[in-house]
Design a protein around this ligand. Structure first.
Ligand code: GLP
Length: 540
């Protein structure tokens, strides 16, 4: 099987149209086998245009379609006869009597199938067959089965095909459950075959087709016995890779994910936040370009700290020199692919929701404990943005009326009590107040207080550390209970540096929160941001 990988759907359609046009030019009275579905629509548009421009002549061409729903009337706009008239036959100079689609209204399907098969043979067989591919590997309507039918036959549709095709109908119940379809041998008898595949929903099946041996569970693998098949697909169907960029204060992490959300390549570079914003982004864009040249990436997603103005597409961040920086526009100067952007905490939440702890639930809340507290709300596997794109500022919910003043202008914000910075302040204060405590000794020995200090003293059995930690967990639990009361997510995930403490933090926290909503530590850690950023492009 020859494989042609195109940049996008349009290119795929044009390539296929050129091959069909050559066939018609070489043999004006050729027999074409045609397919329906969304994939060949672009091909038919191109052929209609070429016909309009006088580049190809359909007057001598005969066509046989692969299949038709059963029972269905040709006037039904979901019938394949209707589809073909709309997308091709009414637009070109073909003799409609030479166009054939199995009769979806026949009272004797068996006789209709025999008649159809005979007609193909009587015409001398198909010169060029166009095929799409179902997500389960079906070609025509030859569904995965232990036994594949060789000739044209009446078949039942699998649930996965009914589900996939429901998008064309008013409801799933309206999708016919049976169809008349050419068999595998009818298809394989064609002299040449063009198989088309487009978009990420076809990635899995294209992989199976290319990697697996011939087997009836993926009927398209039967095409491997044919000497003249060309698979023309777009990048998304072939590789479906996306580049995720996670911009941080010290480093920029980059990763390419495949269609199964696995990171297939990772890289990182120093942010150089002392440089101007444009220089930082130019550097990132250059590294992105190098990666794009090596992997079949179809979109880029960027996670950035700070506030994004989604109307102007600019970013302002306090810990980076981004002041209304048009990051996406700058990157587009170098990268000629779609680029999407979102807040880094949102990206991490999305990554975790799709490929980490949240994979089995629809709604998830991610709490990132760091210098402040970040929140990412995932509803139905999508980032909840709020009206202006800045939802989830959970660190600034008030947990103490008239409490500690916060840089946001309010008082008593959660992050003043439960962020890692807050824990460090609480640790320092306790060590100063209790100079004879084990905690004070640990601080003295380490010369510095960080997020780990409290755990170190706790392990050594320090009662002061125990008290500070208990209080900290109380603060943390208050916020998480509030989140659960408002959102009732399927899961709450804790991320950020402190999550390295694992069970030392999780167990007491779960106990204090005392809820049926599971609380877990991020499984993907730093990779969540890369995967989530990459998914921004995929989920568009
Ligand atoms: C349909 C058709 C197939 C087609 C396939 C994929 O059910 N019977 O001939 O190839 O499903 O359709 P689409 O191109 O819309 O993904």
């Amino acid at each position: 099987m020859r494989v042609i990988v195109c940049n996008d759907y349009d290119e795929m359609s044009k390539r296929a149209a050129k091959l069909v046009a050559s066939q018609i030019t070489l043999k004006p009275d050729c027999v074409l086998g045609l397919a329906t579905g969304s994939t060949p629509i672009g091909l038919y548009e191109n052929l209609a245009e070429m016909n309009r421009l006088g580049e190809i002549d359909f007057s001598g061409v005969t066509t046989f379609n692969l299949d038709e729903y059963y029972p269905i009337s040709p006037e039904n706009d979901q019938s394949y006869r209707y589809f073909m008239n709309e997308h091709l036959f009414n637009k070109v100079n073909i003799d409609i009597n030479r166009t054939h689609v199995p009769d979806g209204q026949t009272e004797d399907p068996e006789a209709e199938c025999a008649r159809y098969e005979k007609m193909i043979n009587d015409c001398g067989g198909i010169d060029l067959q166009i095929l799409g591919i179902g997500q389960n590997g079906h070609i025509g309507f030859n569904e995965p089965d232990n036994n594949l039918n060789t000739v044209t036959h009446l078949t039942g549709l699998t649930q996965s095909t009914i589900d996939a095709n429901a998008r064309f109908f008013k409801s799933k119940e309206d999708v016919p459950t049976r169809a008349l379809t050419m068999g595998i041998a009818s298809i394989l008898k064609s002299r040449k075959i063009i198989l088309l595949a487009s978009g990420r929903t076809k990635y899995k099946v294209v992989r199976e087709l290319l990697n697996e041996g011939i087997n009836t569970s993926v009927p398209a693998t039967m095409l491997k016995v044919h000497p003249d098949v060309v698979l023309i697909c777009d990048k998304e169907a072939y590789a479906s890779m996306y580049l995720g960029v996670d911009i941080g204060g010290t480093s920029v992490k980059l990763g390419v994910i495949d269609g199964f959300n696995n990171i297939v390549y990772k890289d990182s570079l120093p942010t150089h936040k002392d440089k101007p914003a444009k220089a930082i982004i130019d550097n990132v864009a250059k590294v992105c370009s190098d990666i794009i040249a090596r992997f079949p990436v179809s979109a880029v997603g960027v996670g950035t700290p700070g506030i994004i103005d989604f109307e102007k597409n600019t970013v302002s961040a306090t810990n980076l020199p981004f002041d209304n920086a048009p990051i996406v526009d700058w990157m587009k100067e170098t990268i000629k692919l779609p680029i999407y952007i979102n807040n880094d905490a949102n990206c991490a939440a999305l990554g975790e929701a799709v490929a980490g702890e949240g994979a089995d639930v629809r709604d998830m809340f991610m709490v990132t404990l760091g210098t402040g507290i970040g929140g990412g709300i995932i509803i139905d596997k999508k980032i909840y943005m709020g009206a202006k794109g800045d939802a989830g500022e959970i660190g600034h919910m008030c947990i103490e009326a008239n409490g500690i003043p916060c840089s946001c202008g309010s008082r008593g914000c959660w992050e003043k009590y439960a962020s890692v910075s807050a824990l460090i302040e609480q640790t320092e204060a306790a060590a100063q107040k209790e100079p004879d405590s084990i905690l004070a000794k640990v601080v003295e020995k380490n010369c510095v207080v960080d997020g780990k200090t409290i755990f170190e003293a706790k392990i050594q059995g320090c009662p002061v550390a125990e008290r500070v930690f208990d209080q900290y967990i109380d603060y943390l639990a208050i916020g998480i209970r509030n989140i659960i009361n408002i959102f009732r997510p399927g899961i709450v995930v804790i991320a950020g540096g402190i999550s390295e403490a694992g069970n030392m933090i999780l167990e007491p926290l779960v106990k204090k929160v005392n809820s049926s909503v599971p609380i877990r530590i991020s499984r993907l850690q730093n990779d969540a941001g890369i995967i989530g950023a990459a998914l921004l492009g995929r989920d568009k």
